[in-house]
Design a binder for this molecule. Sequence first.
Ligand SMILES: NC(=O)C1=CN([C@@H]2O[C@H](COP(=O)(O)OP(=O)(O)OC[C@H]3O[C@@H](n4cnc5c(N)ncnc54)[C@H](O)[C@@H]3O)[C@@H](O)[C@H]2O)C=CC1
Ligand SMILES: O=C(O)C1=NCCCC1
Length: 312
Amino acid sequence: MDTISSLKLVSAQNIANILDYSSLIAAIEKSLANFSHRTDSGVNQPVRSVVIVPNSDGFLGCMPVYSREDDVLATKIVSFFPRNKDVPTHHAVVLVLCAQTGVPRALLDGDVITARRTAATSVVATKHLVNGEPKILAILGSGVQARSHYIALSEVFHFKQICIWNHRPEGAHKLADEIGNNCVACSKVSEAVEDADVIVTVTSAKDPILKAAWVKPGVHINAVGACRPDWSELEPELVNSAVVYVDSREGALKESGDIILAKAEIYAEIGEVINGTCEAKREQITIFKSLGMAIEDAVAAKLVLDKLTVND
Ligand SMILES: NC(=O)C1=CN([C@@H]2O[C@H](COP(=O)(O)OP(=O)(O)OC[C@H]3O[C@@H](n4cnc5c(N)ncnc54)[C@H](O)[C@@H]3O)[C@@H](O)[C@H]2O)C=CC1
Ligand SMILES: O=C(O)C1=NCCCC1
């Protein structure tokens, strides 16, 4: 048998056409809850292993997972080269194997999956942690994740205003123009976040860009960037003034500079809130520290493959 010739290849365009946020958000919510059941979960997911590429500031991450409930065995391979200028900074593929035999079944482009499943995960965290009905959204960053977060959050919440800040102002202006008339580009982070009910940090910053003094009491923050133990987007005072939720405790303690450098206490995994075993402390400042998990990629890939099979 030739493994390569029997692999189903699924392009980014194909995935973009069929991976809708409504199904994805529901699938991600279930998978986060299932993951946090731990011993009973049937999810086998080691913390991502990361290879550092010297002299390029680049990383290669390998993200395998098995989930009994989803009957899926998969691995994502993702590269992150933040200095890239003419090509995107992140590239990924997701390999799905038969969970009974280990035979490779499909290779999916991972870029759209990464953009959408990360945003869908932030939507789930926001649904559970936001204080009341959010009206103002601030996005710090104007790249791929900024766009997917705007689209995914807007599917569920009705924002009256969206404020964008980017360290290169032209990026913020471009995204604000794309979004349209309820969106403004801000020249300072403080200006973008001062009235925000929800803040998303989606930058490649290595040092804090968001400070405690600038945010409203009760704000919910999805902290999505800073995936290295010595990088952070959030000032330690902010992290320590908030109730901190993560996707995976093990992942956060190994990879998140926002948590490690602040010596922050992790209150709960977001899956524990969904499961009802930990409280959603909505009245306080809440931070969801997202690092990204293989189970999110696997359930997204499965959604795509199931839809393709139905349409075959
Ligand atoms: N938690 C998760 O599951 C995932 C997290 N990420 C992370 O989210 C972040 C954004 O990813 P993408 O939008 O795909 O990247 P991107 O390259 O498309 O956008 C990066 C943004 O950060 C800005 N930026 C670059 N250097 C900066 C600096 N020193 N200070 C402030 N801003 C800076 C850029 O201008 C751009 O707006 C990255 O840190 C990435 O690693 C990405 C995928 C999944
Ligand atoms: O989960 C992912 O995918 C990523 N997380 C951190 C940055 C690289 C991609």
